[in-house]
Design a protein around this ligand. Structure first.
Ligand SMILES: Nc1ncnc2c1ncn2[C@@H]1O[C@H](COP(=O)(O)OP(=O)(O)OP(=O)(O)O)[C@@H](O)[C@H]1O
Ligand SMILES: [Mg+2]
Length: 306
């Protein structure tokens, strides 16, 4: 089942095209990272999905529902956190949750359940202003978890936390995913997305550059690292090979991107010319490499529907 499906979603603020024709699909159980630099349109995309920003054009569906009534119902199945959690400083954690719960029509039982999920039951009697940033984020997650929503939408959940706080929140997000929640997470932190997301959409200047599983995006499509005794003749042969898209010479090997992703054919071609490879391996990339590559080449979305 698709939990979120956007089609050509677009948002303009005056002259700024904040979100530009974004079509993406989040399925049940995904931990879906929206990854992009500052100002790339992550918060705006999320804002449209949770209903606080009206799209300029394009459409989206939540839980496969189409009608405005469906959308209204669907929003009850969503919990979210904003970039800056907004709580009353002089109220305790529990009192703050009571206010949020009141808006959602929920009571004490749901508050205690949510506090337990984020391991805050024994600290929620303290005033919000005494909380560390990590605890503030935890409380925000508890607020999002009120009423046990199926979909959690988190905007930069580890923003401004210290490394320890980040790890704590990431573990908590993984725990929620383990409980079967679908999670959408906006982040400008590559490591964060790489560590906790199953899927990622890379956006820049409002445009969706690429999306797919983290493994698909980091696998390196059709790039191979090759090595043979004589690198110069190897390079010449690879450059002459009709299936070569692109080559890059390193000091000790050559990286070749193939048009048809058929490394065996390259191997045969080289062997026929008396060049025997001592190494031919798929090129591993970190999400950072993948991000830099798509962000700088502006590769269009080639994984539509994956
Ligand atoms: N209410 C608004 N009015 C005018 N421009 C806006 C508004 N909200 C966002 N923008 C602009 O839209 C673009 C996308 O902003 P958005 O906040 O969605 O990016 P982001 O990816 O969440 O960035 P960050 O990583 O800084 O949170 C930016 O150029 C921003 O200045
Ligand atoms: Mg943002």
């Amino acid at each position: 089942m698709s939990v979120i499906e956007t089609s050509n979603l677009t948002k303009r603020f005056g002259k700024t095209l904040a979100v530009d024709d974004v079509s993406l699909k989040v399925e049940r159980g995904h931990v879906y990272g929206i990854l992009g630099p500052n100002g790339s349109g992550k918060t705006t995309t999320i804002g449209m999905i949770v209903g606080i920003i009206r799209p300029t054009s394009g459409t989206f569906r939540l839980f496969d529902g189409d009608t405005p009534q469906d959308l209204h119902e669907a929003r009850r199945r969503i919990g979210g956190t904003l970039e800056q959690p907004n709580f009353y400083p002089f109220l305790t954690g529990r009192e703050n949750l009571k206010i949020v719960a009141g808006i959602k029509g929920l009571g004490k039982r749901e508050i205690e359940t949510a506090l337990a999920v984020v391991n805050m039951s024994d600290r929620a009697h303290k005033e919000f202003k005494t909380f560390s940033l990590g605890m503030k984020q935890r409380l925000a997650l508890a607020a999002a978890m009120l009423g046990d929503p199926e979909l959690l939408i988190l905007d930069e959940p580890t923003n401004s936390l210290d490394p320890e706080g980040m790890v704590e929140i990431r573990e908590l997000i993984l725990k929620l995913a383990g409980l079967g929640k679908t999670i959408v997470l906006a982040s400008h932190l590559l490591v964060e997305v790489e560590r906790i997301c199953s899927h990622v959409a890379i956006i820049k200047n409002g445009r969706l550059l690429k999306h797919g599983t983290v493994a698909e995006i980091t696998r390196g499509d059709s790039s191979y690292s090759v090595h043979a005794g004589d690198l110069n003749s190897l390079q010449t042969a690879i450059e002459n090979y009709p299936g070569t898209q692109h080559t890059h010479r390193h000091t000790d090997r050559i990286i070749v991107e193939l048009k048809d992703n058929d490394p065996a054919a390259l191997n045969r071609y080289l062997a026929q010319r008396g060049i025997y490879l001592s190494e031919l391996s798929e090129q591993e990339r970190s999400l950072e490499d993948a991000f830099m590559e798509v962000a700088f080449t502006g590769e269009s979305n080639s994984r539509q529907g994956s």
